[in-house]
Design a protein around this ligand. Structure first.
Ligand SMILES: [Mn+2]
Length: 322
């Protein structure tokens, strides 16, 4: 039996299913979560879908169908027999939901991060997949459950956002096959791009302006970076979850291969988002700093302030060049 068959069979046999995205959820984890929650509910299961910190739901995904099904982690009264972790490279990514996940009879790990720790009893992990939403789509098809237009819209959102609109290296011919099938199933293609990409808030637009104004390039490291402080958020009214795609503006600076965005957290720590291209891998750097992610899109959290974290990263870039 393949892991895909095992995953489909486990879900088919389950009665009560907990499902969770990772902390600081993105479009892929939210899309996969809502799609699986709707499909399993349709299949007659009792479904407990959660994001670990409900107040961190990214507002650009408010339009997604199924959102009203989400419950808060402390509202999970019963222990689900099966727990599905979506888009989590390790079990810590479940935050406060880790205990429920570990206590489940069957823990299913559905993910596409190359550094996945295989923490599940069933590990449907494929680093070649564009997104976790793609893997969830395959599970749904394997089990023979119907893909409604609402489910297709959620999964399409995951594919579109994790590939950067079919733009990043994880885009393959198979990605377009799945996009085609989701479009044919009735995914609302225009709504997805218009809600996710063409409807930024005025506050975020102003924050973006600040971040772009501050971009610095260190030519010797082919490195572009910028930063956002808590003061910037207070001044503009923007929130951190809105800044998920801001780094793509930094990655496109000509002559650079590595981009970083330093975001000051309310705790004073700094969240460092990394992107790279043309064969440069930032995944190993993020892991060496206690973080994780993909080869060319990764991140970590630093205890230093913004200036200190810039220096830390420059040291890492220097090491890598020898
Ligand atoms: Mn993903």
């Amino acid at each position: 039996m393949t892991e895909l068959e095992r995953t489909a069979a486990a879900l088919e046999g389950a009665e009560v299913v907990g499902i969770a995205s990772h902390v600081n959820p993105d479009g892929d984890s939210v899309g996969a979560l809502l799609a699986l929650a709707m499909v399993l509910t349709g299949a007659g299961k009792r479904v407990l879908p959660c994001i670990p910190e409900p107040w961190k739901y990214p507002p650009q995904y408010d339009f997604l169908p199924g959102r009203e099904m989400l419950i808060a982690p402390d509202e999970i009264g019963e222990q689900p027999g099966l727990f599905a972790a979506l888009d989590c490279s390790n079990i810590e990514r479940l935050g406060p939901l880790r205990k429920k996940a570990e206590a489940a009879e069957t823990l299913v790990n559905i993910d596409h991060h190359e550094d996945n720790t295989m923490f599940g009893g069933i590990n449907l992990v494929d680093a070649m997949a564009s997104s976790t939403s793609e893997l969830v789509y395959k599970v749904i098809r394997k089990a023979g459950w119907p893909v409604s237009p609402e489910v297709a819209t959620c999964l399409y959102t995951g594919v579109v956002t994790d590939t950067g609109r079919f733009h990043h290296r994880n885009t393959s011919p198979g990605t377009f096959v799945i996009a085609h099938e989701l479009a044919a199933a009735g995914a609302d293609l225009f709504r997805v791009v218009s809600e996710v990409y063409d409807s930024q808030s005025l506050s975020y637009t102003r924050l973006l302006g600040r971040a772009l104004q501050r971009v610095e390039v260190m030519a010797e490291h082919e490195f572009a970076y910028s930063y956002i402080t808590q003061q910037d958020l207070a001044d503009t009214g923007a929130t951190l979850p809105e800044t998920e795609d801001l780094i793509d503006h930094l990655r496109s600076v000509r002559g650079t291969r590595v981009a970083a965005l330093f975001k000051e957290l309310p705790t004073g720590e700094v969240r460092v988002s990394l992107r790279s291209r043309d064969g440069f891998e930032v995944g190993p750097i993020a892991r060496s700093m206690g973080g994780g992610g993909h080869a060319m899109a990764a991140g970590y959290t630093s205890d230093s302030d913004i200036a200190g974290s810039v220096n830390e990263l420059v040291e890492k870039l220097r090491d890598r060049r020898g």
